[in-house]
Write a protein that binds this ligand. Structure first.
Ligand SMILES: Cc1cc2nc3c(=O)[nH]c(=O)nc-3n(C[C@H](O)[C@H](O)[C@H](O)COP(=O)(O)OP(=O)(O)OC[C@H]3O[C@@H](n4cnc5c(N)ncnc54)[C@H](O)[C@@H]3O)c2cc1C
Length: 434
């Protein structure tokens, strides 16, 4: 392989890298993907919902053989207080139709492996178990990468960096700085075994229906973060995520936060009698639009988590943004291949494509979300119990007439919190939701 030159080298075989490779290989480019895991998916951690709008564009009949766990038909968004929960959910029958909401639970070890086989079938070469450590430069420009393997000098006209959060390679290029604790989330997750029948009964599911429950408020033991419970076929994915800054401030360790979450009165009944099958932890870039990596340069583009594309608001989307950015980087490389021009100017088309895509537009819309949450820690420590207590009292039937009770509770609310702060928090929240 030492003397072989590729049209494109993709670093990282996650959704971003595989999408880029798929598009380029389909267009007839010679593509190599270098993945450090034993196989694609082996090292990839996520909560559990793969958003398939972009997959559907790339492989329209993917549902024929993709390893899908369940079709998400019901979503719940709840606030945890220290002893309860309050929230709302929705379930639509239309979500039962194949693609309905493009939200499926998957296990990445199976799903990414399946995707990598499609990418190979499209003509790309995938090397696994090899870490890319550095670039090969010629006349100051990227001419390839150095991978930790025999004959590890790989040459290519363009390199797509899709090596995930905290991309050391993008950092080497000076494309982004160190991750900062206020805009980096640590996520910990367990996969718990539970018989299929029990999952259906417990969550009220028919056939292949699945649920996605998201928990806010006191979900991360007072730290700025959230938790989730997603159903797979015969397992449940349970996890929490919180910003590093907030965990440090609260002197919390992510494992304790997860244990606390699993033992919360609202969560315990959902996970009882299950057995731990897997435990994993991973970082999530939460800086958003304001902390994006530089996205392209001469002979290089950055996609997915490596560039910072995660919408960690209410929507918790990352996989579709990774696939979209990978796809657009791939399409840009195909144009460059045709023109034989991989200069920064030619690859700036990637940015133009991103600007017209939901990926960059969503990230722009929620550009203030992580800062907003950082400035409103009361949503995670003080408010959950304050509001939970009011709801619990209002719905306690104790002989007190409703009108004086409602007035008393309104006064209680106004004495527990400055009304202006309450109003400001409510207004601020729009940055995380709309
Ligand atoms: C706890 C948690 C929960 C999440 N929940 C969800 C969810 O429910 N839904 C959702 O859509 N998103 C979710 N996300 C986000 C989602 O996982 C990511 O946005 C998505 O995986 C990004 O894809 P990617 O291809 O950019 O990066 P990754 O999936 O991280 O892939 C990067 C790949 O690069 C490889 N790699 C890294 N460095 C090198 C190197 N030097 N050489 C070779 N290979 C290398 C890695 O092994 C990896 O396979 C979650 C994330 C976490 C951590």
């Amino acid at each position: 392989m030492a003397d072989e030159k590729f049209d494109a080298i993709v670093v990282g075989g996650g959704p971003a890298g595989l999408s880029a490779a798929y598009v380029m290989a389909k267009a007839g480019m010679q593509v190599i993907v270098v993945e450090r895991g034993e196989y694609c998916g082996a090292k990839n951690v996520f909560g559990g919902i793969f958003f398939t709008n972009v997959m559907r564009e790339l492989i329209p009949d993917f549902l024929k053989d993709a390893p899908i766990e369940r079709n998400i038909t019901k979503r719940r968004f709840a606030f945890l207080s220290s002893d309860g929960e309050f929230g709302g959910d929705f379930k639509f029958d239309r979500f039962n139709k194949d693609f309905a909401n493009n939200s499926f639970t998957v296990l990445r070890a199976k799903f990414d492996k399946w995707f990598s086989e499609k990418v190979e079938a499209a003509g790309a070469m995938i090397i696994t178990g090899a870490v890319v450590d550095d670039f090969i430069l010629k006349d100051g420009k990227i001419a390839g990468v150095k991978a930790r393997m025999d004959d590890g000098e790989l040459y290519g006209d363009v390199v797509v960096l899709a090596d995930g959060v905290n991309s050391l390679l993008a950092k080497k290029l000076g494309f982004h700085k160190e991750l900062s604790p206020d805009s980096t989330i640590v996520g910990v997750k367990e996969i718990l075994s539970l018989p299929e029948e029990k999952i259906r009964d417990r969550f009220g599911l028919n056939g292949n229906e699945g649920v996605a429950y998201e928990y806010f408020g006191y979900a991360a033991k007072g730290a700025i973060g959230s938790g989730f419970v997603y159903t797979n076929k015969d397992t449940i994915s349970v996890g929490v995520g919180a910003t590093i800054k907030s965990l440090l401030e609260h002197k919390l360790n992510p494992n304790d936060v997860l244990e606390h979450f699993k033992n919360h009165p609202a969560i315990r009944p959902l996970v009882r009698d299950s057995e731990q099958k897997e435990y994993s932890a991973h970082l999530i870039p939460d800086g958003g639009f304001k902390k994006f990596s530089k996205l392209y340069g001469d002979n290089v583009m950055v996609a997915g988590d490596a560039a910072g594309f995660v919408n960690a608001t209410l929507f918790h989307e990352g996989t579709n943004l990774a696939m979209e950015t990978g796809k657009l980087a791939g399409e840009t490389a195909v144009e460059a291949f045709k023109k034989k021009d991989y200069s920064s100017e030619s690859l700036s088309l990637y940015h133009t494509r991103l600007k017209n895509s939901f990926s960059l537009r969503d990230m722009k819309q929620f550009k203030n979300s992580s800062e907003t949450l950082d400035k409103n820690p009361q949503l995670f420590d003080k408010y959950p119990d304050m509001i939970g207590d009011l709801i619990a009292e209002l719905f306690t039937v104790d002989g007190e007439a409703k009108w004086p009770k409602e007035r008393r509770l309104a006064m209680k609310l106004l004495t527990s919190e400055n009304p202006f702060r309450l109003l400001k928090t409510a207004i601020d929240m729009r940055r995380v939701i709309i």
